[in-house]
Ligand binder design. Structure first.
Ligand SMILES: *Cc1c(COP(=O)(O)O)cnc(C)c1O
Length: 377
């Protein structure tokens, strides 16, 4: 297909918006003396890890965070030289290439630390390790009962020159619910775990805050905050913040037609025209990230106003009711965007579906969706 063909489905990522959000977050962190890690896992929450990483570093982040070695190594391979933390081991994974590339690794158990130390020997380089304590999420992280053992092995490895213990860290379960009692409980457990590490002679950094805690719990910023969703402009908190959504998802009108009252639209004929009306066909569907569950509950921004999607969302197409308006073929159709003009947002989709906007934007990470960048430097 010619490179000049217009995309069927396009996710436009506004790097100026992203930089605006990172600057806001990094300023909040800096006010309490903390550095900022831009979390770019899952290909930058669907926005593209590398362009996001570069923009975030331009705007004040100094660390990058990723959930997989492959993603961390791809950033290194693209020439990014600052600190990168990777935090989830897949059983049987070889850490040696990551140690060789100076990617910081996470140990949640003595066993994982052992794998990292072994990789350090094979790579001929001292691994940089962050010890993760489970303070109440019960996901990864070391349970409190095993923490003293992990710290002891880590302290010995550092004393022997086999590891550099960079940080002690944890992750919050309910930071997006201000006042939730678990936040203070987790912070207390985090403090205890940190004290165990300093008593063993370690002098680690501390990091705990995600986006929500970065925005509403400055007392939990410690040395470094890890921001994801807010950097992409989606607000995890119930009150407003000055964030700008970075992703706009759009397509264009492929075909128009007029149908008569009584004619129905799409599979199952779930919608029937009550009057003669103009329809616009848009060549995106659930294969492009428009959830079929939004059928009958979705509107798009088309030719200056919101218009309802009628009938079922199909694999490759959906149909918009334009009533008596004549919209031209090729006209832009915004499925979600910043909301500034009145178009739907990813958050609105999520609320309709009963999920979170994280899942909506991350779901745009698919081969049929073309990503275009605005504000690239
Ligand atoms: C995803 C993730 C973050 C970022 O969370 P947001 O809510 O998107 O800010 C921070 N830390 C860890 C460990 C994560 O997995």
């Amino acid at each position: 297909m010619a490179a000049s063909s217009p995309p069927r489905a396009e996710a436009i990522v506004d790097l100026d918006a992203l930089r605006h959000n990172v600057t806001l977050l990094a300023d909040r962190a800096a006010a309490s003396g903390a550095a900022t890690m831009a979390v770019v896992k899952a290909d930058g929450y669907g926005h593209g890890a590398l362009p996001v990483a570069r923009a975030a570093l331009e705007a004040g982040a100094t660390w990058l965070g990723s959930c997989s070695l492959a993603e961390a190594l791809a950033l290194r391979g693209a020439g990014i030289s600052g600190p990168i933390l990777s935090w989830l081991e897949v059983a049987g994974e070889d850490f040696a290439p990551a140690v060789a590339a100076n990617v910081d690794l996470t140990a949640s158990s003595v066993r994982e630390l052992g794998h990292i130390l072994g990789a350090g020997q094979r790579a001929g380089r001292t691994p940089r390790v962050h010890l993760k304590i489970d303070t109440g999420l019960s996901r990864n992280g070391c349970p409190a009962a095993e923490w003293p053992d992990l710290v002891e092995v880590a302290a010995k490895a550092q004393a022997d020159g086999h590891a550099e213990i960079v940080a002690v860290w944890s992750h919050l379960a309910c930071a997006d619910e201000p006042g939730h009692p678990s936040v203070d409980l987790q912070a207390g457990r985090f403090q205890q775990a940190y004290e165990v590490s300093t008593a063993a002679g370690l002098k680690p950094l501390r990091h705990l805050a995600n986006s929500a805690a970065t925005l509403n719990r400055p007392d939990l910023h410690f040395d470094l905050v890890r921001v994801g969703i807010a950097m992409y402009g989606l607000n995890p908190l119930p009150h407003p913040e000055d964030l700008v959504p970075a992703m706009t998802f759009r397509s264009s009108v492929a075909l128009t037609k007029r149908i008569e009252a009584g004619e129905s639209v799409s599979y199952g004929q779930t919608w029937t025209a009550g009057r003669d009306t103009n329809l616009a066909l848009v060549p995106v569907g659930y294969a492009d990230g428009v959830p079929r569950l939004l059928s009958g509950r979705l509107s798009v921004w088309l030719a200056g106003r919101r218009r309802p999607v009628v009938g079922r969302v199909c694999m490759d197409q959906l149909v918009v009711d334009c009533e008596d308006d004549l919209v031209p073929v090729g006209e832009e159709v915004v499925l979600f965007g910043t909301g500034e003009r009145g178009e739907p947002t990813a958050t609105e989709w999520a609320d309709t579906l009963g999920t979170i906007d994280y899942e909506i934007v991350t779901g745009m990470y698919r081969p049929r969706v073309t990503r275009t960048y605005r504000g690239q430097r």
